[in-house]
Design a protein around this ligand. Structure first.
Ligand SMILES: Cc1cc2nc3c(=O)[nH]c(=O)nc-3n(C[C@H](O)[C@H](O)[C@H](O)COP(=O)(O)OP(=O)(O)OC[C@H]3O[C@@H](n4cnc5c(N)ncnc54)[C@H](O)[C@@H]3O)c2cc1C
Length: 372
């Protein structure tokens, strides 16, 4: 059979992972991005990989998370062997904390759900929290209403992961073009025949839109409605001499992620601000205050940087993964909201299966492109 030629529009973690996976399975792949490769949401994120269990997951979203969780471990090793780049994958563990009765109730419900999935989770007393992470002694003794440990929670350093994917793709012959914007499409007889770009037409056998928060702008031109919208997330980075704690600290939707080199990421806000990627004094101020309340050692640490990224949010919380309605050879994978880094390898595998004519190992009907 002749080699299939695929064109991917969008070089974030979803597009790069798909390119890597397709190239690994013999396809010829081109990828374009209207800006630099891997500099949007995928760069801005924190890289938290919450634990999951493929053996017990039934719901397709849980299965996608669990497949991805398993693949991250394997991809980290493969990417390091192929490129020499350590993507920062570490099973550092996570602590989930609640300082109010309401948050404690949600946390207990979350813990119960994880137990049903047979995901390792342990309830901790304040004394045990302080023993595990001495940096939390102050908050543990005064304010904690509930705490759990998830020893299998992991993280990766997303900028390094993207660099590794980019290089691995190039080594596999993927043609990657930055600064090339898709502006429209040509279709005939139920097939896409070209992507219009600012530098002319690009042709392929198969096409896939992986343009993150910007995907709806492109899909709209094909008459496809999705609920993808940009959700801004702000982030703050502290720099410490040594890591002040070892585990990821989660409280409600906020978190602190310790990197090996003493940097601590604090995130993140969830805001509807259109395509505006600016940080705000209020957003940054709230994150800094939270970090310094939880970890007093950060009161003396300097703030090295702050930034914002646009998550591809969806109206129902599910990503869009699959074939585009009305077009035999065009696909989309977008709308992974807060979990795109986590769910990227699983997304790449199931979409590669679909594109290359195999039965996807996860039922994709829940992720149907065009539900709107
Ligand atoms: C602050 C923050 C924290 C996060 N933390 C985590 C986390 O801890 N764990 C996790 O799993 N996820 C996290 N996420 C979510 C995750 O980053 C996203 O879900 C994921 O990066 C989405 O990847 P993507 O490839 O779809 O989008 P993007 O990374 O945004 O990539 C889309 C690409 O498409 C390109 N593009 C757009 N339009 C066009 C066009 N017309 N032509 C060509 N190219 C185009 C863009 O330039 C961009 O490079 C976080 C996100 C943010 C913002």
């Amino acid at each position: 059979m002749a080699k299939l030629d695929c064109l991917i529009v969008g070089g974030g973690v979803i597009g790069l992972s798909l390119a890597y996976e397709l190239a690994n399975h013999g396809a010829t792949v081109q990828l374009i991005d209207r800006g630099s490769i891997g500099r949007e949401a995928s760069w801005a994120g924190a890289g938290i990989l919450p634990p999951a269990n493929l053996a017990t997951a039934i719901d397709p979203l849980d299965r996608l998370r669990a497949l991805s969780h398993q693949l991250h471990r394997e991809w980290a090793v493969r990417l390091r062997e192929e490129t020499g780049i350590d993507n920062g994958y570490r099973e550092c563990g996570g602590l989930y904390l609640a300082r109010s009765a309401g948050e404690a109730a949600s946390l207990h419900a979350f813990a119960q759900m994880l137990r049903e999935l047979e995901i390792e989770i342990e309830r901790l007393s304040p004394v045990e929290v302080a023993e595990l992470e001495p940096a939390l002694r102050e908050v543990a003794t005064g304010q904690l209403k509930a705490a759990y440990s998830l020893p299998r929670e992991a993280q990766l350093r997303n900028p390094d992961h993207l660099r590794a994917l980019h290089l691995a793709c190039e080594r596999r012959g993927v043609q990657i073009r930055a600064d090339r914007e898709a502006t429209g499409f040509e279709c005939s007889n139920g097939r896409m025949t070209a992507v219009r770009t600012d530098a002319g037409l690009l042709h392929a056998d198969r096409y896939c839109i992986t343009s993150g928060a910007w995907s709806q702008r492109l899909l709209k031109q094909l008459g496809i409605a999705t609920g993808i919208m940009p959700i801004r997330g702000q982030m703050v980075m502290f720099k410490c001499e040594t890591p002040p704690f070892r585990r990821i600290l989660n409280e409600g939707p906020r978190y602190l992620v310790p990197r090996d080199d003493g940097r601590v990421l604090v995130g993140s806000t969830e805001e509807e601000a259109g395509f505006d990627k600016s940080t705000t004094d209020q957003g940054v101020g709230e994150l800094v205050a939270l970090a310094r309340q939880l970890v007093p050692a950060l009161r003396d640490a300097s703030i090295e940087n702050s930034w914002a990224g646009l998550r591809p949010g969806t109206f129902d919380g599910f990503p869009y993964i699959g074939r585009m309605p009305g077009l035999d050879n065009a696909y989309a994978a977008a709308g992974h909201h807060r979990s795109g880094l986590h769910m990227s390898p699983g997304t790449a595998v199931v979409l590669r299966q679909l594109i290359l004519g195999d039965e996807p190992e996860i039922d994709l009907s829940l992720f149907r492109v065009g539900r709107g």
